[in-house]
Ligand binder design. Structure first.
Ligand code: MLC
Ligand code: AMP
Length: 517
């Protein structure tokens, strides 16, 4: 394999497959087994299907399908064929999908057959020439056509800086932005994590990962899948997170990755005991802050210390608590140290380096930092400093030992159960409703989701608004996780002297709404 071919992330993942391709690579929770040979052949067949479409260089393959092993294989096939994978949350509705498809102009859209009746016309209207279906039960036109393709495929030649994926991440103002990730971004991060988290080789007993996260975001798609494939490790695959099923499978596994909500829900399972976790090597948490109470309770119940790490769609993983005790202890409430190769600094509003423990803006650089926002050069420029650091929008500090702690965000963002919800987007929809003068969405603590949105709405003079009706109208337009969990119609919003809505005050007012289960 020459150096150029190897720049294709798929080539590196493929090189991680074990020599014996007949061993089990993925076992679903329903008992289906896929060998490494199956992954190789099926990804070759779908890659050949894509190749036969004669797409232009850099063509986007937009995918909104239920989680399945075949959906993962479609991701691998896209890399293998040299195209750009564009995963989309299954909760997105037609207005959201219209925007993504219109903006990304994918050459191929793959969706569920249930969504095809409304999604295919959106794709056609946007000029997408190819629409396929793929369902969770291994049916759909994608697999029908692929079944007639050869299972031999030469991995497409890619350069380091060629795009591998676009991940849409909502903007604080305006519409979502597509973060462009290159083969180098993803591969460099995967290689660092393989080493840093001590993935065990076969000779050391190997690892088995329980995969229970969605595969349309960085955490489930990149961190989890790349980790297992690069190390040739088996995955126990759950199409959706079920805390009891995960706990039941722990004795057969050694690695688990989750957002804090998953850990909270697993703690409610009586089967979560030290004995059930005896074979486990590593529990990893990220995508949202892990409460220190969860961190402590987990240690008490299981004897394991959760390793918390921090990342973003634009950068993949940035920091991690240490795996190896020689590097230090895992500290609850912190996100650990910058990963090897990542430069992370904290800067004041004035752009000066902060001193130890001083709170400021987190800025990062490294081979993992994305290539920019899709077709948004101006927005991209704004998010980088003059010396090339990416402004994360997270606010934090670094202590004397080098541990990074995230204390807040300068971006107006709510992270709910590991999904990002942008108040500006929801406010925009509410403000367009009949009788609404203005609105504010704030994040408040929630025992299960960590944080959830609450809407505070003001009626136009003479209009009467019904809080429940506002939520019903929103539900018809937006992904379900974005819907505020409560809505209040009030007479006025608190403002500061400059006339700006004081969201901190609103947050304080409503902070006890969902604090207890
Ligand atoms: C579901 N609901 C949510 C929600 N998920 N509400 C707020 N926040 C969420 N995250 C609501 C639905 O709207 C619905 O309400 C009800 O809960 C049931 O929906 P469901 O789909 O059946 O929920 P469930 O399967 O229980 O899902 C919860 C969850 C899921 C925690 C398993 O949200 C999840 O998988 N989260 C992980 C997200 C993730 O992978 N993030 C990584 C991002 S990458 P109703 O009223 O409609 O019935 C990233 C970078 C990094 O951040 O560092 O990793
Ligand atoms: P996303 O855009 O979905 O990739 O979300 C990235 C954001 O998630 C980051 O900018 C952080 O605000 C947040 N995040 C990720 N990991 C952590 C963590 N361990 N603790 C706190 N926030 C986190």
């Amino acid at each position: 394999m020459n150096a150029k071919t190897h720049a294709n992330l798929f080539a590196a993942l493929r090189a991680g497959f074990p020599a014996d391709l007949d061993r089990i690579a993925v076992e679903t929770d329903t008992g289906l087994c896929y060998s490494w040979r199956d992954l190789d052949r099926a990804s070759a067949m779908i890659a050949n299907l894509l190749k036969a479409l004669d797409l232009e260089e850099g063509a986007r393959i937009a995918v909104q399908v239920e989680k399945s092993v075949e959906a993962m294989i479609l991701y691998l096939a896209t890399l293998r064929a040299g195209y750009v994978f564009l995963p989309l949350n299954t909760a997105y509705r037609s207005a959201e999908m219209s925007y993504f498809i219109g903006n990304a102009e994918p050459a191929v859209v793959v969706c569920s057959s249930a969504n095809a009746p409304w999604l295919a016309p959106i794709a056609t209207a946007a000029g997408t020439p190819h629409v396929f279906t793929l369902d969770g039960d291994r049916t759909g036109t994608l697999l029908e056509v692929a079944s007639r393709c050869s299972d031999r495929h030469e991995i497409a030649h890619k350069n380091d800086d060629d795009l591998a994926a676009i991940i849409y991440t909502s903007g604080t103002t305006g519409r979502s932005k597509g973060a462009m990730l290159t083969h180098r971004n993803l591969l460099s991060n995967a290689e660092v994590l393989k080493d840093y988290w001590g993935w065990r080789s076969e000779a050391e007993g190997g690892d088995v990962l329980i995969h229970a996260l969605p595969i349309f975001h960085v955490h489930g798609l990149f961190v989890a899948i790349h980790g297992a494939l690069l190390n040739g490790s088996r995955m126990i695959w759950l199409d959706r997170f079920d805390p009891k099923r995960v706990v039941d499978r722990l004795p057969e596994a050694s690695v688990f990755m989750g957002v804090p909500t998953l850990y909270g829900r697993m703690l409610a399972e009586p089967g979560l005991t030290r004995k059930a976790c005896a074979n486990m090597r590593l529990f990893i948490s990220g995508s949202a802050p892990l409460l220190i109470e969860t961190f402590n309770e987990w240690r008490e119940r299981t004897g394991h210390t959760i390793l918390e790490r921090y990342g973003m769609s634009e950068t993949a993983m940035l920091t991690s608590n240490p795996y190896n005790p020689v590097q230090g202890e895992r500290r609850g409430g912190t996100v650990g140290f910058p990963l090897p190769g990542v430069q992370l600094r904290v800067r004041s509003d004035a752009g000066e380096d902060c001193t130890t423990d001083e709170i400021g803006h987190i800025e990062v650089d490294g081979p993992n930092v994305f290539a920019g926002y899709w077709r948004m050069p101006e927005k991209t420029k704004e998010e980088f400093t003059a010396d090339g650091y990416f402004r994360t929008g997270d606010v934090g500090k670094i202590d004397g030992l080098g541990y990074v702690t995230i204390v807040g965000r300068s971006k107006d963002l709510i992270i709910s159960g590991g999904y990002n919800v942008y108040p500006a987007e929801i406010e925009g929809y509410i403000n367009e409703m009949a009788g609404v003068a203005e609105s504010a969405i704030v994040g408040v603590p929630h025992a299960d989701f960590g944080e959830v949105g609450v809407a505070i709405v003001i009626a136009k003079a003479g209009a009467t608004l019904d809080a429940e009706a506002i939520l019903v109208e929103l539900k018809a337009k937006l992904a379900n996780f974005k819907i505020p969990k409560r809505c209040f119609v009030v007479a006025e919003l608190p403002r500061n002297a400059m006339g700006k809505v004081q969201k901190a005050l609103l947050r304080e007012q409503h902070q006890a709404l969902f604090a207890n289960p």
